[in-house]
Design a protein around this ligand. Structure first.
Ligand code: E4P
Length: 230
């Protein structure tokens, strides 16, 4: 399973990219708004805000040189198609994120036929994933955490989609999204997700284990002791 970072914070992406584990990035409007808010950036018009959004998407794509999902904000198919074309033109690595809906499916089919990679997002059922795949989506994003939040089983959703895609030979990649903790990552990998998109905090937590910390300290202490006895 490949690992993506689920953020629009360029600093976080730069740091994780340096670890050599990053295969892509996903953003969404909430994450972009959060990153710009945290950076204290203010805008005097929606056009200026949108221009900054596209600038960030391009910057991330140039940095990671791997798929970067950027969400179209239009809600009608024509708007989604026009916006999708513009986003895709920003950089060869840009993947257009569209919500699963009638408008999203129609736009997905048109963009996919033009060779634009689409990540169909906000997927909460296996049928939605099947529709996305049939509309030509390159990626489908089931939201594990949000499914768990309503008392259903997000990992089970990933497992069902995996089985359907395998049985019916569908090449759409499954991105386990809305990942909330390291256990979600392990479970998504075991359930057959192709990719997990992981928040910065979760990725950092995946690195750590108390026994690793203790082990490092013990090795260093033993080495120091041996040096004293030379
Ligand atoms: C996926 O592409 C989304 O950006 C993300 O995983 C949503 O996660 P959330 O449910 O934590 O907002």
């Amino acid at each position: 399973m490949k690992l993506y970072l689920d953020t629009a914070n360029v600093q976080e992406i730069r740091e994780v990219h340096a670890l050599g584990v990053l295969a892509g990035v996903t953003t969404n409007p909430s994450l972009v708004a959060k990153a710009l808010g945290e950076a204290g950036e203010r805008f005097d018009s929606e056009a200026a805000f949108y221009a900054r959004f596209t600038e960030i998407v391009r910057e991330i794509a140039e940095l990671v040189q791997a798929p970067v999902s950027a969400e179209a904000l239009a809600t009608d198919p024509e708007g989604m198609i026009a916006e999708g074309r513009k986003l895709a033109a920003l950089n060869e690595h840009v993947v257009v994120k569209l919500p699963i809906s009638e408008a999203g499916l129609r736009a997905c089919r048109v963009l996919a036929d033009e060779g634009v990679a689409v990540n169909m997002t906000l997927v909460f059922s296996a049928n939605q994933a099947l529709l996305a795949a049939r509309a030509g989506a390159r990626y489908v994003s089931p939201f594990l955490g949000r499914v768990d939040d309503i008392g259903w089983d997000g990992v089970e959703l990933v497992r069902s989609i995996r089985e359907i895609f395998d049985v019916h030979d569908l090449g759409t990649e499954i991105i386990a999204a809305s990942v909330r903790h390291p256990q979600h990552v392990t479970a998504a990998a075991l359930a057959g997700a192709d990719i997990a998109t992981v928040p910065y905090k979760v990725l950092k937590a995946m690195i750590k284990h108390p026994l690793t910390e203790i082990g490092i300290q013990r090795f260093l202490a033993d080495w120091e002791k041996a040096k004293q006895e030379l």
